[in-house]
Design a protein around this ligand. Structure first.
Ligand code: GLA
Length: 726
């Protein structure tokens, strides 16, 4: 740490001297352990290195490079994939970007760099922006494009980053899925050609692919060895990550907004800003990459990432659309008895002319349903507060059922194909046109009204249950229809930013039919994401495993539900369900009346335990110990505090094992010479499944030899706590 501080000081002196320099041959973007270096070759900026930190750059200006230009553009002579395609005011399509200047500055933990490029001939400017987070080893990159040509310029491609890698071989891990099966991990070797990770769905953009990746160099990704680059695009709309391998020894990633049907007319002096691409590099495997991203996210890309998250009971699986005030109050009573902190009322509470009693009607009419809740939300909040609970509410303000007063009143606000084409319904609903500032005001107003009418609400679950499909806007001009994909997402961001500003204390959850809006764009404005509508703990082993490669536990809503599970029908023990929810922001998704008195008292204990230990999980570093994808039928993760004085280990068995088979789990991230006392949490059995429970054992033994876990049947699980005693 001291070394890092000295280094920051030294480079600060150097950078102040170098700032505003007109020209330099080397642009060194650096963090504590990583370097991204560009060189100015003639008037072209090219990448020289991305990887381990270069402690000295002596001689680097003489190095040749195999990488393409820093921001390759169409028309510069290259026939590779490009970051930029633009049609200029005179109809010409060639752009050739040359170096103008750059500037760097180090302020505290963040080194900022801007590189100014200009087209060789036209007044067309590209600014490359970087933020390098010293302690977290994360680099963000985004691009600003502007011009002073005589007429608008048509942008046809506008990536956030173009970055190169050099290795013998490349293994790409990406996260795919569908509703109720998000963030499944797939790893493949890249061969010559282009591999695309993308979506063209506009909204609920991460349901099928996530805009994130792990690229492992020279070998398959491993958690604790090897070089990996990990990244995520901070954008809730269409994305495209294009990995191009050429002659095996050169891999280039061009990533950003998906240019698919998204031509963008940029008027003179207007600015087009791309979303941020977030990158990290590790030479000790992907686990460190995850830690880097999680630490960075908690400090810089999550609402209140340094604040403890409360335990939520969400009403959806407990009562769906079928409730009245009495039912909700009895759920609150049970929730309060178990130690829940916030009761969240999900879908079904609004609509009068068209009551929201199913997903077929009422969406858009955000007035309390008089039949179900004649005394309004205030009455529910009174009851919650009388039981010591806070109150939260579900909204889906971007959407509308055709059967709603809103659709009758404002058909022009709906995204539509025009020419009397049939609206394409998804979950019986349509989408409001967030490119329209009036619609932005309406969507803001929906939440604003609810929160002003009910100032005691503390939590908002923001849902979004369809894709765009009916492509067409009545607001955007004929020449700007293709702006819709981008302006929709920018409209959404601006509404969320307004809400954050006006309601800094409200906790926001990003949900889109489960994990359909899991990206660092949405997380910038929210506190957490609903990882999946699939609450089966066996499925969650994989969903949370994938999600937490990139996104942190503190933001991962993981709820205990009833068994058999509503999505899969699988029967699992309550302990397994609780132990799985422990791995994230624990909550519940059930009606307490459906639990037996014994179950209630067990859950009560679990909630107490979670409260006593949640800081370790929510702020700790994730260490993956055993992958659910391995064929051994076990999975395990752990969270370790930054001081390495406490850890929570969670081990799960998901297959049958032979009578004598025991799983040996080696821990990670502890202090070698410290001695840890071991206690079991959430235990139900008389005898611990780990013989060493209650003993004091060195970090060295725990990490190098490991402990034996006597788990043989599917859905057995063990949670241990380690506390440093000396
Ligand atoms: C989506 C969400 C669920 C629930 C329902 C309500 O499917 O993912 O959690 O809120 O909508 O209609």
């Amino acid at each position: 740490m001291l070394q890092l501080k000295i280094r920051i000081l030294l480079s600060l002196c150097f950078l102040i001297a170098a700032s505003y320099a007109v020209r330099s041959q080397v642009i060194h973007i650096e963090t504590g352990n990583t370097s991204l270096v560009y060189g100015v070759y003639g008037n072209k900026v090219k990448q020289v290195h991305y990887g381990s930190r270069l402690t000295s750059t002596a001689g680097i200006d003489g190095l040749s490079t195999a990488f393409d230009e820093v921001y390759p553009s169409f028309g510069n002579g290259s026939s590779n994939e490009v970051a930029l395609i633009a049609t200029h005011d005179d109809g010409t399509m060639a752009t050739d970007l040359v170096y103008q200047s750059h500037k760097q500055q180090l302020e505290g933990n963040i080194q900022t760099t801007t590189i100014q490029l200009k087209d060789e001939k036209k007044p067309f400017f590209v600014e490359l922006n970087f933020k390098a987070y010293q302690a977290e080893n994360v680099i963000e990159q985004w691009v600003t494009i502007r011009h002073t040509e005589k007429k608008p310029v048509r942008l046809e491609q506008f990536a956030s980053t173009a970055i190169g890698f050099k290795a013998e071989s490349y293994y790409l891990t990406h996260f795919y899925g569908s509703w109720a099966k998000e963030m499944q991990l797939a790893e493949e070797k890249l061969n010559n050609g282009i591999k695309l990770i993308e979506t063209k769905r506009g909204v609920r953009a991460t349901e099928y692919e996530n805009p994130s990746f792990v690229l492992s160099l020279n070998q398959k990704a491993s958690d604790y060895c090897g070089e990996v680059v990990m990244g995520a695009l901070a954008w809730s709309g269409n994305f495209r990550l294009a990995f191009q391998v050429e002659d095996k020894e050169n891999c280039q990633l061009i990533a950003g907004i998906n240019p698919f049907a998204s031509d963008y007319l940029l008027a003179p002096k207007e600015e087009f800003t791309t979303p941020r691409m977030v990158l990290t590099y590790s030479n000790t495997g992907k686990n460190q990459g995850s830690i880097n991203l999680h630490r960075w996210a908690r400090t810089y890309n999550l609402q209140d990432g340094n604040q403890v998250r409360p335990i939520v009971l969400n009403s959806w699986e407990g009562t769906y659309f079928k409730f009245d005030a009495a039912k909700l109050k009895s759920m609150m009573d049970g929730a309060a008895e178990m130690g829940v902190e916030i009761f969240v009322l999900d879908d079904g509470w609004f609509g009068n002319k068209y009551p929201r009693n199913s997903d077929k009607a009422g969406l858009g009419d955000w007035q309390v349903n008089q039949q179900k809740l004649p005394n309004g939300i205030g009455d529910l909040i009174d009851h919650a507060e009388s039981k010591g609970l806070k109150f939260g509410i579900w909204v889906e303000p971007e959407m509308v059922n055709p059967k709603s007063e809103l659709a009758e009143k404002h058909p022009e606000w709906i995204i539509q194909r025009k020419n009397d084409r049939e609206p394409l319904l998804e979950r019986s609903q349509l989408l409001l046109d967030l490119s329209n500032p009036k619609v932005q005001d309406f969507v803001f107003g929906v939440v604003d009204n609810i929160l002003t009418d009910n100032p005691r609400i503390v939590y908002v679950k923001w849902d979004a249950n369809r894709h765009i499909q009916n492509f067409g806007s009545t607001f955007l001009g004929d020449d700007k229809q293709s702006h819709l994909w981008i302006d929709y997402t920018k409209g959404l961001e601006s509404v969320l930013a307004r809400l954050n500003k006006k309601y800094p204390d409200i906790i926001f959850q990003a949900c889109a039919s489960g994990g359909g809006r899991l990206d660092y764009g949405a997380l910038k404005y929210t506190h957490e994401f609903w990882a999946s509508d699939d609450t089966d703990p066996f499925e969650r082993l994989f969903i949370q495993w994938g999600s937490n490669h990139i996104y942190p536990a503190i933001a991962t809503a993981a709820h205990i539900t009833k068994s058999p599970n509503h999505q899969t029908g699988r029967d699992t023990p309550l302990k397994f369900r609780c132990d799985m929810a422990m791995g994230g922001r624990l909550g519940l998704e059930l009606s307490p009346a459906d639990l037996s008195p014994e179950d209630i008292s067990y859950v009560k204990q679990v909630l107490e335990t979670y409260k006593a230990n949640r800081e370790i999980i929510q702020f700790g570093d994730l260490y993956r110990l055993n992958s659910p994808y391995d064929s051994d039928g076990y999975a395990a993760i752990s969270y370790v505090t930054a001081q390495k004085d406490k850890a929570i280990i969670m081990a799960y068995c998901h297959d049958f094992h032979r009578r004598d088979e025991r799983s040996v789990i080696r821990f990670q991230g502890l202090e070698e010479n410290a001695v840890y006392k071991i206690t079991e949490l959430n235990s139900k059995a008389k005898r611990s499944k780990v013989n060493e429970t209650g003993k004091e054992i060195s970090g060295s033994i725990l990490m190098n030899r490991g402990l034996m876990f006597d788990m043989k049947k599917p859905y057995e699980s063990v949670v241990l706590k380690l506390e440093k005693v000396r």
